[in-house]
Design a protein around this ligand. Sequence first.
Ligand code: SAH
Length: 252
Amino acid sequence: MTLAIMSALLDEQRGLLERLDKPQRVKRAGRTFWCGQWAGQDVVLVLTKVGKVAAATTTTVLMEVFDVKSVLFTGVAGGVGCGVQVGDVVVADAFIQHDLNSAPLFPRYEIPLYGRATFDCDPRLSALLLEAAQRGLAGVGDHCHRDLPLASPQVHRGLIASGDQFVCDPVAAALMRADLQAAGHEPLAVEMEGAAVAQVCHDYGVPFAAMRTISDRADAQAHLDFSAFVTQVASPYALAVVSQFIQLRSGK
Ligand code: SAH
């Protein structure tokens, strides 16, 4: 019952890797997969790399080579929903590709030949992740960002939009949100990999859940202190939530 834990960036993965017992490195398709155990459970850790194509390749290799039975993603994202602040966490209900547009052949956002625009996350795994986030973040202590203390992190649940762009322009972010809303979709966060992972998991029938710590508001400040945020805030959050998730998953 191997669990895959995917991260986009090395700094997001580092803390998780330190927790892996008997780590074994396997290389495939230019990616490094770390197989091992965490609290007695079989786990494989991998970096998706950045962007939808890279994430789809990584997920496909996971499915074909590692016999993965569930997939968990932890990473960072830009907050675009009302009240989704830097330092908050979004647990995904579903994913959409905000840059997919085959109109007029297909309705905007619809993935051609799938007859749908969104992929839902697995409800059971996501409920477990939500509980893990609530428990894990209650114990993380205070963190600062740009010398300002972060308020105690809120955990949101909803739609995440993925695309091959780092969104760092308030006008672009507002337009993306308005276009999605006009098609009936209400995104809470924007990032670059999740919808691809969700689609491959759907293709293989493997349950998927994802969380993103909000690193920025997809505005002109989005790239400032990005790496520091990942190291100082998102990584300890991910470690706290994943630890709880693994405990809950084993029924303890
Ligand atoms: N600085 C990194 C690259 C980061 S790319 C490097 O040099 O390696 C941005 C990553 O953060 C992606 O994994 C993406 O999913 C996520 N992300 C965070 N904020 C985002 C935003 N505003 N728009 C798009 N992706 C964002």
